[in-house]
Design a protein around this ligand. Structure first.
Ligand code: MN
Ligand code: MN
Length: 289
C-alpha cells in the first residue's frame, strides 16, 4: 500500500509502532486546474525539510527528538481515479486512527483531504485556503480539488466547517458569508479577532485542520498551482495552528508544487508541519499534568 521512499521527513525518528504522529504523502494531482505538479509535493517537502537542521524549537524550548514521529512514505495513488484515491486515503487514515495515531498528510492537490477528514467522526474542520473549494461538482467530477470542502461539508454539515484566508470564491459557492473569514477580514481586524471568531462560530469539538498552502500569500508560498494575491502571512498561519493545537486530531498540507517553486514553499510547508506537530504535542503534555 505504501511506496518505499529514500528521504523521510527530518522529524521521523522512530518506528510505526512507537510513533504517535504518522506522516504520509499522497502524490496526486490529476484534477489540478491551472498548473500541475503537486504530485511532487510530499517528496519536495521531505527533501527540503532538512533545511531546518536544528532539532531544538526555540519558541517552545522543545527538543524535536522527544516527539515520536514516523514518516510512512507515499500512498500509491497516481493511476487511480479520484474516487478510488479518496477511498484509499480514507481506508489508510482509518487504520492510523484505529492504532491511535495522529495523522499528518502531505498532498497532493486538495482533492486528497476529504479522504483524511471524513475518516473522523464528530469533529469540526477548519480550512486555510485562498479558495473555498465548495462547488458540488467541477469538470464533471465530485472529487475535483474544487469540491474538496463540499465533500467534507457533506459529512459534517456546514455548521461544523469554516474557511480562513479565502479571497477567491464564486458567488454561487457562498450565499452566506457567515462561515468565511477572508484575508481582507484578517488584515483589517487582526489574527486575535480571527481566532475569537472561529471559536465563537464553530462548536467546541475536536478539530481537523486542512492547510491549502495557497491560503498563504504567494510572496511566501509561490510554489502552488493556483496562487492568489492578498494572502495570509506565515505568522498568522502559525497563530491559528497554535490557538487550535489543543483541539487538533489531524493535519494536512496540500497544494505544494515543487516544479514551480523557488525553494521557499517546501521549506515553509515543512516548518508549518513541524509547528503543528510540536504545538499539538506540547498542548497534550500540558493537559496530562
Ligand atoms: Mn484548496
Ligand atoms: Mn486553494
Amino acid at each position: 500500500m505504501i511506496h518505499p521512499i529514500h528521504n523521510r521527513f527530518y522529524m521521523s525518528n522512530c518506528s510505526y509502532d512507537d510513533a504517535r504522529y504518522v506522516m504520509f504523502g499522497v502524490p496526486y494531482d490529476r484534477t489540478a486546474t491551472f498548473r500541475k505538479g503537486t504530485r511532487y509535493g510530499p517528496t519536495g517537502i521531505r527533501v527540503d525539510s532538512i533545511a531546518h537542521f536544528e532539532k531544538y524549537l526555540v519558541e517552545y524550548g522543545l527538543d524535536l527528538d522527544d516527539i515520536p514521529v514516523y514518516d510512512a512514505g507515499n500512498l500509491d495513488v497516481e493511476k487511480l481515479t479520484t474516487a478510488q484515491m479518496v477511498r484509499k486515503v480514507n481506508l489508510y487514515t482509518r487504520k492510523l486512527l484505529k492504532h491511535g495515531k495522529f495523522p499528518v498528510m502531505m498532498g497532493g492537490e486538495h482533492s486528497v483531504s476529504p479522504g483524511v477528514a471524513t475518516a473522523f467522526d464528530d469533529i469540526v474542520v477548519l480550512g486555510i485556503d485562498a479558495h473555498s473549494d465548495f462547488r458540488d461538482i467541477y469538470e464533471g467530477d465530485k472529487n475535483n480539488h474544487g469540491c474538496a470542502m463540499k465533500r467534507i461539508v457533506d459529512k459534517f454539515g456546514e455548521r461544523r466547517v469554516m474557511w480562513v484566508g479565502v479571497r477567491a470564491v464564486s458567488e454561487e459557492e457562498h450565499k452566506s458569508k457567515a462561515r468565511l473569514i477572508t484575508s481582507f477580514d484578517i488584515q483589517k481586524n487582526g489574527i486575535d479577532w480571527t481566532i475569537d471568531r472561529i471559536n465563537r462560530t464553530l462548536p467546541k469539538k475536536k478539530m481537523y485542520l486542512t492547510l491549502d498552502i495557497d491560503g498563504i500569500d504567494p510572496a511566501y508560498a509561490p510554489g502552488t498551482g493556483t496562487p492568489e494575491a492578498f494572502g495570509m502571512t506565515p505568522f498568522d498561519t502559525k497563530s491559528i495552528i497554535d490557538a487550535f493545537a489543543p483541539r487538533l486530531v489531524g493535519f494536512d498540507v496540500v497544494e505544494v508544487s515543487p516544479p514551480i517553486d523557488n525553494g521557499t514553499t517546501t521549506v515553509l510547508a515543512a516548518r508549518l508541519i513541524t509547528e503543528a506537530i510540536a504545538a499539538h504535542y506540547l498542548a497534550s503534555k500540558k493537559s496530562q499534568r
